[in-house]
Write a new protein. Structure first.
Length: 275
């Protein structure tokens, strides 16, 4: 499981780089770059060996790639956990984290983590496999754990305040879809739905659109994700919704000097914040 990394990476000056690791149900990905050095950005991903546990996969990855444990300027771990819930910050207390989580999940599994967002003012409580959390906490220096919806929410929160329309954000993942809804800057809904094919994704999108009583002629659906799946979803949505808009932050991506069309948006969003 050894990654090939560019010759431009200087291990003697790792403290200049930002490391972002992404954990998804079937695998592991990471980005590494120096924000002050053009052309230093690179991204790699790998699928897990299904014959062994996720933590066993991580141990092999870190053993074969010692640079992952180097000291970096910032180290972030994005968890694509499907067990998560939101609590308004004004109501949240760390001591009540388990209680809040149990409202939606009767038998919480793993380590419960909390991430506070400033805008909107909410706390995201999410679970991570205990062994995975402990291994990464030991192996990485000053790690920040992030839920994968938080960069998406933060990024589109400000953009949702523009105009006078409700906005449905559709983030297409490999085997699921994130659906967020903003109404004039207010977060109305955010959830992740497991689905393998395009028809299932469109079903969830239209079901939520109808449930929230969004206007088919006025309101907007913003779609992001890998180009092939995005095109398929948009073609179907265009039959029912007038304003279906692709999201392609191409100008910012050019700053990386790489093709970022297939990099998960949560990683890209965190990277853009450092530029």
């Amino acid at each position: 499981m050894q990654f090939s990394i560019p010759d431009t990476f200087n291990p003697d000056h790792s403290e200049k780089y930002l490391l972002t690791i992404r954990l998804y149900p079937e695998g592991f990905a990471f980005s590494l770059y120096d924000p002050l050095c053009d052309g230093s950005y690179f991204y790699r991903e790998i699928s897990y060996n299904k014959k062994i546990s996720p933590v066993a996969n991580l141990k092999e990855i870190f053993f074969d790639n010692e640079f992952l444990a180097f000291p970096y300027r910032k180290t972030q771990v994005i968890s694509q956990s499907r067990d998560f819930t939101f609590v308004p910050s004004i109501l949240f207390k760390e001591t009540d984290k388990d209680t809040f989580f149990s409202f939606n999940f009767h038998q919480p599994k793993g380590k419960l983590l909390n991430q506070q967002l400033q805008q909107p003012e909410i706390n995201i409580i999410f679970s991570m496999e205990e062994e995975v959390y402990e291994f990464l906490s030991r192996s990485l220096s000053q790690t920040i754990f992030i839920h994968h919806t938080s960069p998406l929410i933060s990024f589109f929160y400000h953009r949702s305040r523009l105009g006078n329309t409700n906005k449905l954000i559709v983030n297409i993942q490999k085997d699921s879809v994130d659906i967020l809804c903003f109404s004039l800057g207010e977060l109305i809904l955010a959830n992740n739905y497991s689905c393998q094919n395009t028809n299932d994704m469109v079903f969830y999108i239209l079901f939520i659109w109808k449930h929230l009583k969004m206007n088919q002629l006025k309101d907007m659906a913003i779609v992001l994700g890998t180009q092939d799946r995005k095109t398929e979803v948009m073609d179907l949505l265009n039959k029912y919704i007038k304003n279906v808009v692709p999201f392609n932050p191409v100008p910012e991506h050019h700053l990386f000097g790489v093709d970022s069309s297939n990099i998960p948006f949560d990683i890209i969003s965190l990277s853009l914040c450092e530029l």
